[in-house]
Design a protein around this ligand. Structure first.
Ligand SMILES: [Fe+2]
Length: 215
């Protein structure tokens, strides 16, 4: 069995430069903010994986700037199965294509957890790991986000922790709220709701229920 690769601060600093050609200036600033937020969340929930979380955050949006045609081209290139949802709601496709691109363009960072963090950062999924949830949440609440839902969720999360509530209860509740906000927005706009998002939402509701933590 091959030992898990240990990533260092130097790897993170180098990767910050490597991703620049894939992002606009604005998207790069967002990406660095997600890296900071993932590090902050990682210190609370997954301190032994902070470096890998930062790397996953840096890679999460590397195909976000690609138009739908390019996304679909990547899908056929990498053998990604495209379903109806991908065609009708192509906004979430970038998480699939970015995950696939890591192995080709950033092979030294091609680690299962890092790639899964990238893969599930947009929709979430049933049974998602704490690692995946951190990347998802970091993307949602990072400091440069000014969308009202993001500001509200950031305040809710940090405020609840400051009140000294159980950190896992706060985490699960924040995840449920984020999915609720996303689904509510999609319903209001008459758009499709991804099944993975519904499953992810229910997964965290179940986590709260089975841990006997009331909403
Ligand atoms: Fe993002």
């Amino acid at each position: 069995m091959v030992d898990e690769r240990i990533y260092t601060e130097d790897d993170v600093i180098r990767l910050r430069e490597l991703i620049k050609p894939y992002l606009t200036e604005k998207r790069y600033a967002h990406t660095l903010a997600v890296e900071r937020e993932a590090a902050y969340l990682g210190e609370i929930y997954l301190p032994e994986k902070v470096m890998k979380l930062r790397i996953s955050a840096l890679l999460h949006d590397i195909t976000k700037m690609c138009v739908s045609e390019k996304q679909l081209q990547y899908c056929s290139e990498f053998g990604i199965i495209v379903d109806d949802y991908d065609i009708l709601a192509p906004k979430t496709l970038h998480s699939k294509t970015a995950a696939a691109l890591v192995g080709r363009d950033f092979p030294e960072f091609d680690d299962c957890e890092i790639v899964d963090g990238v893969r599930w950062h947009t929709t979430g999924r049933d049974g998602m790991s704490v690692f995946e949830a951190i990347i998802y949440l970091a993307d949602y609440i990072e400091d440069t986000r000014t969308f009202p839902d993001c500001v509200e969720l950031r305040r809710y999360f940090r405020g609840s922790l400051e009140l000294g509530e159980d950190k896992y209860t706060v985490f699960y509740r924040t995840m449920v709220r984020s999915f609720d906000m996303t689904v509510r927005g999609l319903l209001d706009d008459g758009k499709l709701v991804c099944e993975d998002t519904v499953m992810a939402r229910n997964y965290f509701v179940k986590m709260l229920m089975t841990s006997d933590r009331s909403m």
